[in-house]
Design a binder for this molecule. Structure first.
Ligand SMILES: [Zn+2]
Ligand SMILES: [Zn+2]
Length: 395
């Protein structure tokens, strides 16, 4: 029997995303075109990355510098016994692409506080945190606010947890910090130059159940923020607090602190054909002078240690950012004592090391450099580093 009605095959065939697309405000193409950074590939990070892959978020950047241990396997859906010893970020990226081949995931086995340039943050649509320490949260927070990107923090302990959403120019993570938070951060900083292991703030008991609840809330908030043209209510400037013992949960609202130090905004960022590996301090300074006039200075967002001096008279070059220095870096080779080091964070042209390249003094690749004359600022992105740092993601 024949029929005159021509049936469209696609009316019957479901795709991978058909059930998600039943949601009235859902835009699968938007998710496919989104770029999301996940910082931390531990208990929460695993759940975040799993969700992003299932949902078909097109580009995922995973930052973590640790390796997988057997103890991770009770809380990490992306890792198997055979992955023990591999980098978390790499195993997580591979697993994400296996879950969903529509997804491109890359890994950065680097320290979020010291190694990730602001250009990376600027390339993201949103940043998700699965972290266990305040210093990393503060670093993400400052970076996101500088380049005007929202970020969503998650934290868990035993059966409890919370998810907090920070959208510039609203209240930020630093606005929520209490005196105790600062004491704990400063305590870590004053035990200057700790090793990486010592930096980890003790070991927190966590479960795969609370991590999936909190990461689920984080990713749902991300979905709403990405679909920002749909006017869905979000937790921007608020925190969702979950008590797993009683299953009480509530939302707290944060206040914007006027004197908060994290609200710096880099406006009118210029994409320069510069690489941190090639571009010298002199080049940046002369660009600054040609744009802002004589007397312009380069102003780094971190302290740079230049030389170290010992009481025994020995002197040596350091040239690295202070946040990257470890105790062994400033031990005197002559007498074994700890040396004092000199730091700078502006360059005015009088330095005797202007031929040094940005990377040689510890500035991360694909960073954004601020220059200033009086209160007038300009911002230069090391855009030539993009491919090396985010290799393949945008090809
Ligand atoms: Zn703030
Ligand atoms: Zn010495």
């Amino acid at each position: 029997m024949s029929t005159d009605i021509e049936l469209n095959k696609s009316d019957f065939e479901e795709t991978r995303y058909s059930r998600l697309e039943l949601i009235p405000w859902w835009n699968q193409e938007l998710l496919h075109n989104s770029t999301v950074m996940v910082v931390g590939a531990g208990a929460i990070g695993n759940e975040l990355i799993k969700n992003l892959a299932l949902l078909g978020v097109g580009k995922i950047v995973i930052v973590d510098m640790d390796k997988i241990e057997q103890t991770n396997l009770t809380r990490s859906i992306l890792y198997r016994m055979k992955d023990v010893g591999k980098y978390k970020s790499q195993a997580a990226a591979e697993a994400a692409m296996e879950i969903n081949p529509d997804v491109k995931a890359i890994c950065l086995n680097q320290n979020i506080v010291t190694d990730i340039g602001l250009g990376v943050f600027r390339s993201m649509d949103i940043v998700l945190g699965g972290l266990d320490n305040r210093e990393a949260r503060l670093a993400i927070n400052q970076s996101c606010y500088k380049v005007n990107k929202p970020w969503i923090d998650g934290a868990i302990e035993v059966l409890n947890g919370f998810a907090r959403v920070f959208v510039p120019p609203g209240p930020c993570y630093e606005c929520t910090m209490t005196e105790t938070d600062w004491k704990l951060i400063n305590k870590r900083k004053s035990c200057a130059l700790l090793t990486h292991d010592e930096m980890l703030e003790g070991k927190t008991p966590t479960t795969p159940t609370s991590s999936s609840i909190i990461a689920g809330v984080q990713v749902q908030e991300m979905l709403k923020i990405l679909h920002n043209d749909r006017n869905l209510p979000t937790l921007a400037g608020k925190g969702y607090v979950f008590n797993g013992l009683t299953h009480d949960s509530f939302v707290v609202e944060y206040q914007l602190k006027d004197d908060c130090m994290s609200h710096d905004l880099y406006e009118d960022i210029k994409e320069m054909n510069w690489s941190g590996r090639e571009t010298t301090l002199k080049t940046v300074l002369s660009q600054a002078e040609s744009e802002l006039g004589e007397g312009a200075v380069v102003e780094f967002d971190r302290d740079v240690a230049t030389v170290a001096n010992c009481t025994c008279g020995h002197t040596k070059d350091i040239f690295n950012t202070v946040n990257r220095l470890r105790g062994k870096d400033i031990v005197c080779e002559k007498c074994g004592k700890s040396m004092q080091f000199e730091t700078i964070h502006t360059i005015n042209g009088e330095e005797d090391f202007l031929d040094k390249k940005l990377y040689e003094i510890g500035i991360p690749l694909y960073h954004i450099i601020a220059v200033r004359k009086g209160m007038k600022y300009a911002y230069y992105e090391l855009s030539k580093d993009k491919n090396e740092v985010l290799g393949g993601l945008f090809e």
